[in-house]
Design a binder for this molecule. Structure first.
Ligand code: NAI
Length: 274
């Protein structure tokens, strides 16, 4: 867990909203903000886990939201302002993966990934912008796949690259309000999202070979970057995308599709829930 603060990041008694905060990168971020003395709101589709997570932190509460529902997101931001009177940091983490060749992607799967990863992030930024008129920081989580494409990543890359562009526009539009908008593009992180991916024979080895720092990321690696971006240390940073991936963006993305081709159709089917 992050939190052995070596310097004051200026986040004590600020309010941080972590969307998609019940698991993985979002949960690590929630813990990191809490360790800095921030009040934390965990919003997630998985309301039960979000509530359990919040109960384990000081000064935290949770709310079930579906980021594809504008009503949910609008009500979430209204609740934060009503309860806390302010909102300083937003980490927008909700996301799902998808692996499949363009010729095979079902429209419903395409739509689902776009809805959650791109439209959901849009809705979070839109409603954050409406309430954070006194300044603050918004951090979006994109992906290494936003800049580094690979066969099988059609919809995921499209959604994540779209998100980085949208975040740049938001940075321009919200600067006058003192709101900074940045994006983190993580490489492979050990979270439930990538359990299946990492289980495909050969894939983990290829990721390690293509990562100069030769290890997967930990959720805490991304949480630390989110903390930095929301702290006063990043006061002059906006509209940026930080590649946090052990140097993986300098090399090539593993050929996950080739590795998956060695699997049976039944095994491949499981990949759809990556
Ligand atoms: P995770 O699966 O551990 O956590 C994602 C969270 O988002 C879950 O708690 C889930 O309930 C929530 N969520 C999903 N759909 C939602 C919806 N419609 N409304 C509200 N919440 C929803 O995944 P992880 O790895 O922590 O991913 C977080 C973000 O980081 C995602 O956007 C993902 O695309 C991105 N990312 C992850 C990488 C990895 O290797 N794990 C690499 C690059 C990017």
């Amino acid at each position: 867990m992050i939190g052995r603060a070596v310097m004051d990041l200026g986040l004590r008694d600020t309010v941080a909203l972590i969307v998609g905060g019940a698991s993985g990168i979002g949960w690590a971020s929630a813990q990191a903000f809490a360790a800095e003395g921030a009040k934390v709101v965990i919003a997630d589709l998985n309301g039960e886990t979000a509530a359990d997570r919040a109960a384990s932190l000081p000064q935290a509460w949770s709310r079930r939201v579906d980021v594809t529902s504008e009503d949910d997101i609008q009500a979430l931001f209204a609740a934060v302002i009503e309860r806390e009177g302010r909102l300083d940091s937003v980490v927008s983490c909700a996301g799902i993966g998808h692996l499949g060749a363009i010729r095979d992607i079902e429209l419903a799967d395409w739509q689902n990934v776009i809805d959650i990863c791109l439209t959901g992030s849009f809705l979070v930024m839109k409603h954050a912008a409406r309430v954070m008129t006194g300044g603050g920081s918004i951090v979006n989580i994109a992906s290494l796949n936003a800049r580094q494409t690979a066969a099988g990543y059609g919809v995921y890359s499209a959604a994540k690259r779209g998100l980085t562009a949208l975040a740049e526009v938001a940075a321009l539009e919200l600067a006058a309000d003192g709101v900074r908008v940045n994006t983190i593009s993580p490489g492979l992180i050990d979270t439930p999202l990538t359990n299946t991916l990492r289980a495909i024979p050969g894939v983990q080895e290829e990721f390690t070979d293509n990562t100069p720092l030769r290890r997967n990321g930990r959720p805490e690696d991304i949480a630390a970057t989110a903390l930095f971006l929301c702290s006063s240390m990043a006061d002059w940073t906006t509209g940026d995308t930080l590649d946090v991936n052990g140097g993986g963006h300098l090399q090539r993305y593993p050929n996950v599709m080739a590795a998956a081709a060695a699997l049976t159709p039944e095994e491949f089917e499981k990949l759809q829930s990556l």
